[in-house]
Design a binder for this molecule. Structure first.
Ligand code: N01
Length: 549
């Protein structure tokens, strides 16, 4: 398509998940000429793609919902405490309709290139449908968990049965009734899918390389009185979320007046090292196994962590009863709190079913895929359906696969070859007027991500308004500020279990072969981060260079 056919815009937004929808609304409200481009056939991003059985939120939905519209808060009724994927997808579609966003969203379209022309100060964005857009601003709202990760097993394409990835589950669903199913992986996706698949399949074999520490989700149907009260309390709930470093306030309903005669309520200890072995067991008995996540010392003290891990394995052994299964399901060799927390609904119960078995890959690696199943070092397994629950090339995967070229035709993926480099997770040096919502170096996935999305979208929107109002042509970070920020992000994660030498995770990029190891999100907390972002603005966009037209 020649330049004469290019569509001129103020901004291109890539993606129509939670971030893309809200970004579209904000720029729309400003009267900007925009185009949002979406690869899927519907809006919703992660909640559009991840439609595997059992997929649901892992935070209370009252807090994992948009806060930007009081009307939306009041008119939407949630049916569960942690809503499932269909309900969240419906909510996001409602949001798109409610705010008239669809007119700006082009579905079934993938961005292929985004190239900056310095002389014209314009981004040219092209798509696989032959569209060419020319825009002053380019905003990546592509999410942190978008690019599916497939293990590079030998002969992967020789399998004759059906193959699915949890992150690309067919829209029409899959009937697994009576099938022999294999599932590889046990992160949040595998842990949610296994109990549901176990209900349908004739046989389910779970192949696990790093069994998880997982805790009961405690999901339940939404109590209508609780929801009604939450609607009354929303302003307060949001305020409390803003004052919490995770963007979560654990709303429990209205505060009840204290009974002066009531006995003081027992609380678990703060540190596992402060209590005796007997007290530890007693606290698990009193408060449930979730208590292990409450001991603060387990997050940074290796000895405290190992005590918690041992207690976890004992709890598991007792719950499962079957020695082979308990042993294969027991997380070992890496600390609790290394990977993203996993919560579940009846995950371990599923392994008590006779039709569910587990193959421990720790000393028994996958050798190859065969026409009828999988061959590991110690055995061969046959099945009809292969499900990859093997996660994502997280945080950088999507952006690095695009042909994004900044000043001097420099490829973004080249500048990120040793790990992503961004200032505040918002912008990279060499890519003026190019923003990333919840980019590497921001709290994003180590917080209530929707809370972080809203904060980022609002920051970017206000920034663009500032540029327009002040006749600023470009904004771009300074190299020193970016280097210092990357260092600051690394420091924030130092000494935690998330960067322990025995830890591997998608936060660190070690789940993808060849990806450089480095902790990508910013761990200091969303409240701290918001203050840092506001501080940058109050100091005249400190660390950024703004050039007037
Ligand atoms: O992916 P994961 P996920 N051979 O990377 C295994 C969000 N999410 O899709 O740990 C054998 O966590 C891998 O093993 P290992 C949430 O943020 C949220 O489950 O690398 N196994 C691991 O067990 C979450 O953290 C919800 O040794 C291989 C699994 O595959 C994030 O998405 C629901 C392998 C991948 O686990 C990612 O979760 C779902 C190989 N070659 C997801 N390669 C909510 O609840 C990988 N594995 C909102």
């Amino acid at each position: 398509m020649s330049d004469t056919q290019a569509i001129e815009l103020d901004a291109v937004i890539v993606g129509s998940g939670m971030a893309g929808l809200y970004m579209t609304k904000r720029l729309n409200d400003r009267g900007m000429k925009i185009q949002t481009i979406e690869a899927g056939s519907g809006v919703g991003g992660a909640w559009y793609w991840n439609r595997y059985p059992g997929c649901r939120a892992d935070l209370p939905i009252i807090e994992y919902s948009f806060s930007f519209s009081k009307e939306l808060e009041q008119e939407w009724d949630w049916s569960e405490v942690m809503a499932g994927q269909p309900e969240i997808e419906k909510y996001l579609n409602h949001t798109a309709d409610r705010f008239n966003l669809r007119k700006d969203i082009k579905l079934n379209t993938k961005v292929t290139d985004a190239i900056y022309d310095e002389a014209a100060n314009i981004w040219t964005v092209t798509t696989d449908q032959g569209d060419v857009y020319k825009a002053k601003y380019c905003i990546m709202a592509t999410g942190c968990l978008n690019e599916p990760n497939y293990p590079g097993f030998k002969n992967a394409d020789t399998f004759k049965g059906d193959i699915y990835h949890t992150a690309q589950w067919p829209r029409e669903g899959v009937d697994l009734t009576g099938k022999r199913v294999a599932i590889i992986g046990c992160g949040s996706s595998g842990v949610q899918a296994i109990p549901q698949i176990a209900k349908q399949a004739k046989e389910l074999i779970a192949f696990q390389r790093s069994p998880v520490y997982t805790f009961p989700a405690k999901n339940a149907p939404m109590n209508p009185d609780f929801l009604a009260q939450a609607k009354v309390d929303y302003a307060d709930i949001r305020e409390q979320q803003r004052n919490n470093e995770m963007g979560i306030c654990n709303y429990r309903g209205p505060k009840k007046p204290k009974d002066p005669n009531a006995a003081p309520k027992a609380k678990p200890s703060k540190k596992i090292m402060d209590i005796t072995p007997e007290q530890r067991k007693q606290e698990i008995a009193d408060f449930g196994v979730n208590v292990l996540t409450l001991y603060v010392d387990t997050y940074y003290n290796a000895e405290a962590n190992e005590i918690a891990c041992t207690l976890y394995r004992e709890y598991l052994q007792e719950f499962i009863g079957n020695d082979q299964k308990a042993d294969a399901l027991s997380p070992k060799n890496y600390p609790l709190h290394c990977k993203r927390p996993v919560i579940d609904t009846e995950y371990y119960s599923a392994f008590k079913q006779d039709n569910v078995s587990i193959v421990d890959l720790r000393d028994n690696a996958v050798e190859e895929v065969t026409a009828t199943g999988l061959k590991t070092q110690n055995g061969e397994y046959e099945f009809d359906v292969l499900v990859y629950a093997t996660g994502f090339d997280a945080m950088t995967g999507t952006i690095k696969r695009l042909n994004i070229r900044g000043r001097d035709n420099v490829l973004l993926s080249d500048t990120w070859k040793d790990g992503p480099r961004m200032y505040m997770g918002l912008q990279s040096v060499g890519f003026p007027n190019f923003f990333t919502v919840t980019g590497p170096g921001s709290p994003s996935v180590v917080s209530n991500v929707l809370h972080s999305i809203e904060q980022h979208v609002e920051w970017i929107d206000n920034c663009i308004a500032h540029l327009v109002d002040n006749n600023v042509a470009t904004i771009e970070p300074d190299l020193e500020a970016q280097d210092a920020w990357v260092e600051h992000v690394n420091k924030a994660a130092e000494g935690t279990m998330m960067t322990a030498p025995t830890c591997n995770s998608w936060y660190l990029g070690t789940n993808v072969e060849g990806k450089p190891r480095g902790f990508m999100p910013y761990l200091a907390g969303t409240k701290t981060y918001r203050e840092e972002c506001n501080d940058v603005v109050s100091k005249g966009y400190e660390g950024f260079t703004l050039k007037t037209a």
